[in-house]
Each structure stands twice: as structure tokens, then as C-alpha cells.
Design a protein around this ligand. Structure first.
Ligand code: FAD
Ligand code: DLZ
Ligand code: SF4
Length: 508
């Protein structure tokens, strides 16, 4: 009997498990643009357009390869509106009652498929290096699930940058070379940008019409939307961007949204690039002497280390992960995250480029938008939804551990051994933002004082019970305690006034 093979919008790989387990001669591939997926959060229009365009092109490719594909567009009259609804409709049309599925990357959709009355055969998504079983056996019996040790196993497993069973160059990690302050200018002309073709243009018109009110600029739209374009983009970055990726990985500059970053997250996560293919391209460039070891190792660590590790944590921790809030933060996300005016140049830059490009790089996400939300005590679930909405590479399996865990410490320290907070000093060192800011980064108190300076101590003070015994924070508590009592009172009062102003919706 004919079976359906489901391919979701982030499963656009020819070797995805559902396709490998289906029979090209008689089974039907189901792909569907559905309201449920497009609206469970208000995704950035660029993200929706990217996914729909890539889905349409992938469906064409599968048809060219000889598959029968039942593709439903968002505005098709009979569109059932959800993935299970579309499966039921296609099952009826094709006389099928079994569906082959690659496990989705969100508990929400896993649950929805579990509730579907058809017979569902779910296969693990094996486009990852570590299977669920691999992660579980690594995690078993460990007191702390730290990424660094997991990463070493991934290096051994893949053989990436390994020489005679040892890490190339002698060290596992070259991050000490990856923290340079911003360069004078960014001489990398990337990322590669693609002019919309007819397929993309049709999607842009649809998205403009249906999701034009969502936060974010749809045009200009320049993303790669098929495997060939994504590979061209990768090759261009490896040649021109990767050599300086390591040095300036943490640096941030006004009006430089991309720096030397690879912008491959959206493509890898949707299936347009394979993580190992990407890493091998970087490894080859390093072996050829074109990319220095700190850049190559740093990049490969992000992909086979962090990316695999956060996925492991998401499935290890279970469906309640996104509602954790150990610090009991409950403030609303302020309007500045949706582009309202702010005097803080760092936030204005990070949010502004997020609106334009559906992109910010790691340090902007962690040390600007994330750092501020954490110190200001914003409800982590609202922070989580914001990140899931605004970035083109955001799917819950990767976004939630980064936000709930790494950035907001809402999981109590499963991912981070201490909260990622910093005063304005760090941002000043790593960016050009403070020079053009209305606040003064050197001022610790007073009307021009950088809010990061005030909120840093406010956070430390209000969470003293939890963190004062943390060996990595003792020094900072000692500094706080040494401060003159009057000054401490002023800092806390000014931080409180700032938060009150923010809560009232005034421009901060
Ligand atoms: P590069 O800086 O060039 O890095 C290369 C690749 O390494 C990335 O494409 C990605 O595949 C991988 N990578 C790097 N860091 C991480 C990480 N911490 N977790 C997982 N993969 C990583 N990444 C997402 O893919 N989706 C998200 O929704 C997402 N949300 C984040 C939220 C917060 C608060 C933080 C701090 C990080 C988040 N990240 C997320 C991780 C990281 O910021 C992005 O992967 C990266 O910025 C994507 O841009 P790039 O492709 O230019 O990456
Ligand atoms: C993100 C997304 C969007 C916006 N739209 C669709 C869609 O219409 N159809 C589809 O199959 N997938 C879409 N996706 C990706 C899914 O939300 C994603 O597969 C799940 O969140 C699991 O990661
Ligand atoms: Fe951000 Fe403070 Fe620097 Fe302004 S002074 S850009 S608020 S860190």
C-alpha cells in the first residue's frame, strides 16, 4: 500500500530519514506550507519567505529526481492548515494510512504527530553527528554536562582536525586567540547575496500579503534558497571570510551586521547544507594553509560541538524546558526589542540589524540582547519566543537551549556554569558601539551612566543567595562588597529607577 513520506520545512535534504525509508516508485512525499507552522510564533517575514522558497525549490528537485510530491501552498483552497491536517487530507487523496516521518525538531510538533490518527513511523533525524543514544550515553552519570568534553568526543568521532588520534596543533581549543577587538574595517564582501528568481518572488508577494505586519523587513531578500546557492555561499565565505573568522569572532561594529561570520546557520538547520560538509570545507582550507588554526578549530567547534550539544540538551531535558525560570524573572520584554527607540546604541544596533536581516551573530545575541534581558529580569519565556521569532536560523531544538540555558540561566545552570552577564566594559572592549551611544560607558552612576553598569550590580545583588558561592563569581561579589555603602545604594537606586522607567514604557 502507498505510504506518505513527510518532509518538513527544515528537513530539506535528499538523504533525510523519511526519504531514505520511502519507496520512490510508489510512495508520495508530502510537503505543506501551513498556517500552524507559519504562525505558532510571529516569525520574521524573511524567515518565512526563506523556508517557503526553499521548500518549493526542494519539491521541484524531488520531482525532477522521480519522486511523486504532493505539495500544498499556503494559499491553496483546500489547505488543511496544519501538518497533521495535511497528512490526513493527503492520506485520503492517495489511499494511504501510514506515514514515514523524520522526527521533528520541536516537542510541539512531535506531540501533534503523536496525536494524529494515522499510523506514523518516526525515524530519528540522523543529519546530526551525535544520535540521541550517543548523547544519552555521554550524559549518563555525569555531574555536569559541559560542552567542552562532549566536543572532544565529536572531534574523535568525526576525525576533524585530528592527527594520530590527537588534536591538530596540540590543543583542543584555540579560543584564547579568538577575542580580538574590532578591526578598523571589515574587508570581507560577504555574505554572498542572491537576486530573487521567479519562485522566490512569488513567495515574497505571498509573505508580504500574509505576514507583512510581523516584525522584520522582508526586502531586500537575498538569501540562498537551494542547495546549489548555499554551496556557492559557503565556498565564498571559506575563501574570503573564514581566514579572519576566528580573530574577530566576538567583535561587534556599528553598521557591520555580519563581520566575518559564515551565515550558514539558517542553511544548515533547514537542510540546504550538511554540517559535516561545511566542516570539511573549513578543514580543507586549513590544511591548504588558507585558514589559520584558531579560525578553523573555532568554527568546527561551533558546529560539531555547540550545535550538536544544544540539540542533545533539548531532547535530554524534555518538553518542559522552555517554561523553566529558576531566577523567577517576570518583567515583560520591553518595546525596544521590537524596534522602539532606545538610547542604548548596542541594543539599537543589534535589534536594528535583526529587523533588517533576521540575523545577529553569536556575541550580539549573547552579550547584547541576551545580557540585557537577563540583567533586567525579563521573563525568559518571552525572551525565548522573541529569539524563536526573529532569527532565520531559529528552531526550538537549537534556539531554546541557547536562550533558556546559555543566555538566561533559566535552567539553573545545565548549560552555563555561571550567568553570561557583563557591564558596559565588555561591550566597549569588543565593539564600536559605546562611542556612538547617548550613555557613557565609563560612568558607573549618574544620569549618563551606562545601564549595563547599573543592571550588572542589580542582578548580582538580587541573586546573591544563588550565586555568591559560585567559585567563578566570588571575585565579583568581593568587589561589590568592598564598594562604599553609599555608592552601592546609589547604584541599586539608579538601576531600580531605570527598570521602573522601562516598565512604564518610557524610552530608555
Ligand atoms: P557562525 O558564527 O559563523 O558559526 C558557525 C555555525 O556554528 C553556526 O551557523 C551554527 O550552526 C553553529 N553554532 C555556533 N554557535 C552555536 C550555538 N551556540 N548553538 C548552536 N549552533 C551554534 N543558533 C541557531 O542556529 N539557531 C538559533 O535559534 C540560535 N539562537 C541563539 C540564541 C542565543 C541567545 C544565542 C546566544 C545563540 C543562538 N544561536 C542560535 C547560536 C549562534 O548565535 C548562531 O548559530 C549563529 O549566530 C549563526 O550565525 P552564523 O551562521 O553566521 O554562525
Ligand atoms: C518554521 C516553519 C514555517 C514558518 N513554516 C513551515 C511550513 O509551512 N511547513 C513546514 O513543513 N515547516 C515549516 N516550518 C518549519 C517547522 O516549524 C519545523 O519543522 C518545526 O518547527 C520543527 O523544527
Ligand atoms: Fe551599550 Fe552602555 Fe555601550 Fe551604550 S554605553 S553602547 S548602553 S554598553
Amino acid at each position: 500500500m502507498v505510504k506518505l513520506a513527510l518532509v518538513l520545512g527544515d528537513q530539506l535534504s535528499t538523504h533525510v530519514a523519511a526519504l531514505r525509508h520511502a519507496n520512490k516508485e510508489k510512495d508520495v512525499v508530502v510537503m505543506a506550507e501551513v498556517t500552524a507552522e507559519a504562525t505558532y510564533v510571529r516569525h520574521h517575514p524573511k524567515k518565512i519567505a526563506f523556508i517557503f522558497a526553499a521548500m518549493r525549490k526542494f519539491a521541484m528537485r524531488l520531482k525532477d529526481d522521480g519522486w511523486t510530491v504532493a505539495y500544498t501552498q499556503l494559499d491553496d483552497r483546500d489547505n488543511a492548515g496544519s501538518i497533521p491536517g495535511e497528512l490526513l487530507r493527503q492520506a485520503e487523496i492517495h489511499g494511504a494510512d501510514e506515514v514515514i516521518v523524520t522526527q521533528p525538531g520541536e516537542w510541539r510538533l512531535i506531540q501533534a504527530l503523536d496525536d494524529c490518527p494515522l499510523t506514523i513511523h518516526t525515524h530519528e533525524d540522523d543529519r546530526f553527528i551525535a544520535s540521541h543514544k550517543d548523547f544519552e550515553s555521554w550524559a549518563k552519570g555525569r555531574k555536569a554536562l559541559r560542552m567542552e568534553y562532549f566536543y572532544r568526543d565529536m572531534r574523535k568521532k568525526t576525525g576533524l582536525m585530528m592527527e594520530d588520534g590527537k588534536p591538530a596543533g596540540g590543543d583542543w581549543n584555540y579560543d584564547h586567540d579568538n577575542r580580538k577587538a574590532p578591526p578598523r574595517d571589515v574587508d570581507f564582501g560577504g555574505p554572498m547575496q542572491f537576486t530573487p528568481d521567479d519562485v522566490v518572488e512569488e513567495v515574497l508577494v505571498l509573505v508580504e500579503d500574509r505576514f507583512g505586519d510581523n516584525f522584520g523587513d522582508l526586502r531586500p531578500f537575498w538569501f540562498a534558497t537551494d542547495h546549489g546557492q548555499a554551496r556557492q555561499h559557503l565556498a565564498y565565505w571559506v575563501k574570503h571570510g573564514a581566514p579572519q573568522f576566528g580573530d574577530y569572532q566576538d567583535a561587534m561594529m556599528d553598521d557591520e551586521p555580519f563581520m566575518f561570520h559564515a551565515l550558514v546557520g539558517a542553511y544548515i538547520n533547514a537542510g540546504l547544507l550538511d554540517p559535516l560538509e561545511v566542516c570539511r570545507a573549513v578543514e580543507d582550507a586549513w590544511r591548504a594553509g588558507d585558514v589559520p588554526i584558531n579560525a578553523a578549530e573555532g568554527f568546527i567547534r561551533q558546529v560539531i560541538g555547540w550545535r550538536e550539544y544544544v540539540r542533545g540538551i533539548y531532547f535530554h531535558e524534555g518538553p518542559d524546558y522552555t517554561s523553566r525560570n529558576v531566577l523567577k524573572h517576570d518583567r515583560d520584554l520591553p518595546p525596544l526589542y521590537w524596534g522602539a527607540k532606545t538610547w542604548m546604541n548596542c541594543l539599537s544596533q543589534a535589534v536594528g540589524q535583526t529587523k533588517r536581516e533576521a540575523y545577529a551573530h553569536h556575541i550580539q545575541r549573547l552579550m547584547v540582547t541576551g545580557n540585557f534581558a537577563l540583567m533586567a529580569g525579563i521573563d525568559p519565556h518571552q525572551v525565548h519566543e522573541w529569539y524563536l521569532e526573529v532569527y532565520a536560523d531559529a528552531y526550538e531544538w537549537v534556539e531554546a537551549p541557547n536562550v533558556i540555558g546559555m543566555s538566561q540561566f533559566a535552567d539553573g545552570g545545565i548549560i552555563a556554569s555561571k550567568p553570561y552577564i557583563s557591564s558596559g566594559n565588555y561591550i566597549d572592549k569588543m565593539s564600536t558601539y559605546c562611542k556612538g551611544c547617548s550613555y557613557t560607558v565609563r560612568d558607573k552612576t549618574g544620569k549618563d551612566a551606562c545601564p549595563f553598569n547599573l543592571l550588572y550590580w542589580h542582578f548580582m545583588d538580587r541573586h546573591r543567595d544563588r550565586f555568591s558561592q559560585n567559585p567563578r563569581m566570588g571575585q565579583m561579589y568581593a568587589t561589590w562588597d568592598r564598594m562604599d555603602e553609599g555608592k552601592r545604594k546609589t547604584v541599586l537606586a539608579e538601576a531600580g529607577a531605570f527598570l521602573e522607567k522601562m516598565e512604564k514604557g518610557e524610552t530608555v
